[in-house]
Design a protein around this ligand. Sequence first.
Ligand code: URA
Length: 188
Amino acid sequence: MAKTNQQQLDEIEARIIKDEVCIDLARQATQLVFGNGNPNASIVFVGEAPGKNEDLKGVPFVGAAGKFLDEMLTMINMKRTDVYITNIVKYRPPNNRDPLPEEKTAFLPYLQSQLDVIQPKIVATLGRHSMNCFLPDLQISAVHGQPKRYQGRVFLPLFHPAAALYNGNMKQIIIDDFVKIPTILEKI
Ligand code: URA
């Protein structure tokens, strides 16, 4: 019998551990934060890396930025169980430092495999680190909220929801981009 998407995702998760991807990062983290949500989702959100709360719970976007992400999902009548959420780097970087280029490179094939299994209509990147993994030459300030077709996938570059927590002026811009999602999904 054909494997379900969830079974295939479980295999990718197991492979990250078996392959000892970023083993130094793994040793400093509480656990792997692989991804969570609907394995048949039409939209996958890709953040940067787990923070403290995510590291403790093993689930992406469960802290303050995640709360804002949940609020925006509600605005478009979606729940976490409708979408899939993951990060490029799957272990918490110490002291929440930015993920290193080599860490992003090491995890990228596993992220691509997750997307190959789920085959979402849209990959919504959260923040410039995530966007630049897939679309290396673009500036987020220039392309946010604009869907981009690249290498057989549709990407929607979004600002990271944490930006709204540091800069109140960003909040409405992030919401305005986010609420375009249903229309973009309809058009694909
Ligand atoms: N920020 C991210 O990029 N990912 C998380 O999972 C949490 C915060």
